[in-house]
Structures are given as C-alpha cells and as structure tokens.
Write a protein that binds this ligand. Sequence first.
Ligand code: ADP
Length: 404
Amino acid sequence: MVLAEDHDPATGLPFLRALYDRVAETVEQGRAVGFLFFDIKQFSVLIKKQGEEKTVSIMASLGRVLAERYRAICRDADLLAISEESCGCFYLLLLSPPRLLPKLTISSVKKAAQRILKFFNAVAGEVAVEFGLNGCLEFRSGCSLIPVDSGVPVERLMAEAKRDADRRSDLNEILANFLSNITHEMRTPLTCIKGYTENLLDGAVENKELAYQWLRIISEEADRMEKLISDLADISMIEAHQFEFHLEAVDFASLVRHAADVMQISAAKHNVQIAVSCPDNLPVMMLDPGRISQVIINLLDNAVKYSAGSKLVEASVCCRNNSLVELAVRDYGPGIPDSKLPYLFDRFYRGVNSKEVRGRGLGLSIAKCIAEAHGGQIFVRSAVGSGSTFTLSLPVVNENRQNV
Ligand code: ADP
C-alpha cells in the first residue's frame, strides 16, 4: 500500500520508491517490468531562464495534468511516479505487456515509450502555452526492461534500469544528432562541388583565372569530405578496438613546430598568429608521430577556429621532471562555460559557440583516445571572456619500454 508521505505534495503523484514493493512483487511472480523514464530536455536551461520558483510551478502543473490524463493511454496496472529530487523526471512502470503480446520485451517497451512520449509532449505543449514558455517544454524518454531475477533487491534493479535507460536515451539523442550533422556536413561540400563542376563544364573552364579559383574551392571541399570520412574511419576503428599505433623515437618539439607550420595558412585566413615556444633538449619520446601530430593539429585548429577575432594562439611545450612532456595550446577566444566543459570530449559534441564554425564534434574525442593510448591525457582550463587552454600531457617513455 502507498502511504500519504510517499506522495509528492505538488503533483499528488507517488514517489518512485513508493512503488518498489509492487515492482518486487511482479518480478517475484516471474514477470518482467518495463521501466520508462521521461525527463525535461534541458531542464537546467529551464531553471536558468524561468527561475526556480516558476519551474517548480511548471513541474507541479505538468505533474497534475499527467496524473489526471495518463490513464488515457496506460492501463490500470501501469504506474506513474515522480522523482524525489526535483530533476524534471517522471517514471512509468509497465507491469502489463501491450495487448496481444504474452510478455514484455525490450522492443515492445521501446514502442510504448515512443507512444507515451508523444502523449507527454502534447501535454507539455499545453502547459508551455499556459506558462507562456513559447514551446520550449519538451520531454525526452529512455526505457529498459527490469528482468525476472528475484535474487537482486528491487532498489538495485531500479537504479540499474534508470542507468540503462539514461544511457539508451543519450545514445538515441547522440545518434539522431550525429545523423543530422553528418548529412549536413556531407551535403554542403557535395552541393558546392557539384555546382562549381557544372559551371565549369558549362563553359566557365575557358576563363582560366575563374577556373583556377573554382577548382581550388572544389579541392578544399573535397578535403573537407576526406577529413570527415577519415574521422569516421577512426571512430569505427576505436569502436572495434582496431586503432593501431606505430611507435618510434620522436622529437616532440619538431612535431609541434611542424603542426604549427601546417596550420599557418588556416591561421592567416583567420588573422591569427601561432606562437610556438619549446625548450631545447626535450627527451626523445616513443610516440606514433602521425597520430600525435593529428592531436596537436586538432588542438591548434580548434584554438584558431574558436578564437573569434582574437589574434594570438600560443603553443608552449614544457618538460616536468624529465618524466612528463606537456603541450599547452592557449587561445584568447570567448572561452567555454564551466557547465559545458564535461562534454567537450564526448563524441559528436558541438558547443553553441560552434554554430558559425564548421566541424563534426569528433576531433577532441579522437584526440583524447590517442592521448590515452599513449598513457597520457588531455585536459582543459577555460574562463568565459578570457580564452581556453587545452593541455596534451604525455609520459616520457624510453625506447626500450613501449607504452602503447
Ligand atoms: P569540432 O571543432 O569539429 O566541433 P571538436 O571535438 O574538436 O569538434 O570540439 C568539440 C567542441 O568543443 C567544439 O564544437 C567547440 O564547441 C568546443 N571547443 C573546442 N576547442 C575549443 C576552443 N579552443 N575554444 C572554445 N571552444 C572549443
């Protein structure tokens, strides 16, 4: 039985823990339980924009409407609960399989989650209008299946189910973003290549100067596509644990200087100067020069791309106790808010500052993977308004001890 203090006073919905007994009972009877959760997209932004007090009222209103209406799409056996912390989260436990199916499976739970998400979002739309939110109240959903396993306490099963549902939901979001980014990234250069090629074929090739200019653009766009495909190939190799490294004794300073040279043309286009400082006599390091150059170029490229009008990027190398070599790439761009720092190295993450800058959100995640495979790491310090420093730190390993 659910006790009164187990109910959220604002929405009247039971807290999740109040439903544990019911879930445990169902699992003990040999039936799996479908676990669905719905949370508000960008809840922290909602709090920031609307303030805490108004957000609490919005959530309470949402909870009340959902409690009144969810029976329209769920059956009596199904349970709707709310999170105990105010994190914009609702849970739904499906105790009965959809009609005509003998038991719940992950795919039937997924279908139910999509159907219920639509319904929840319709309700969210109404509440958004009521509070004058201009349509920015939307749910995302996650789901998983709590299996029949009477040996495990239900609290743990629920915590695992929530983690699993969270992960799936994040993956779905990442995949959707990825597909739309990649489609866009592929389409833009292709449209450009096609357009210029057609114009050249239509006779513009006769004008030598114009033809050169357009061929240069075609070549740049083809390079962009090549880079995208090579990033995707890297990602799939990382996934398949096939990323190979060929270590050799390397002068790290010359890799940094070479990378800065490679970046000069792009830096000049952005009106940015790259200043390199390296101490003499750095220890020789065992590295994969191609892969480490890729990391350095990525850090310099980002520093230039996201400099937003500032004119200097500094690449400084130092050696710590003869055991660690660090490259710090410092820019004086707009910097990155603290709240975004944890996501920078996630695959396909693109910051809001990157709208005008073309990219794929893959560079830093690949760079991190390469640094870690060398026993090193990449970390970032940034302050809004004064720029960012990305540091690549690599252990010095002598030629007889390979570290990858
Ligand atoms: P991309 O640059 O292709 O978007 P990355 O993985 O290299 O992908 O970077 C991920 C995100 O991190 C970028 O979209 C950008 O928002 C942020 N970022 C990276 N470097 C910087 C920098 N030096 N200054 C500000 N933001 C940066």
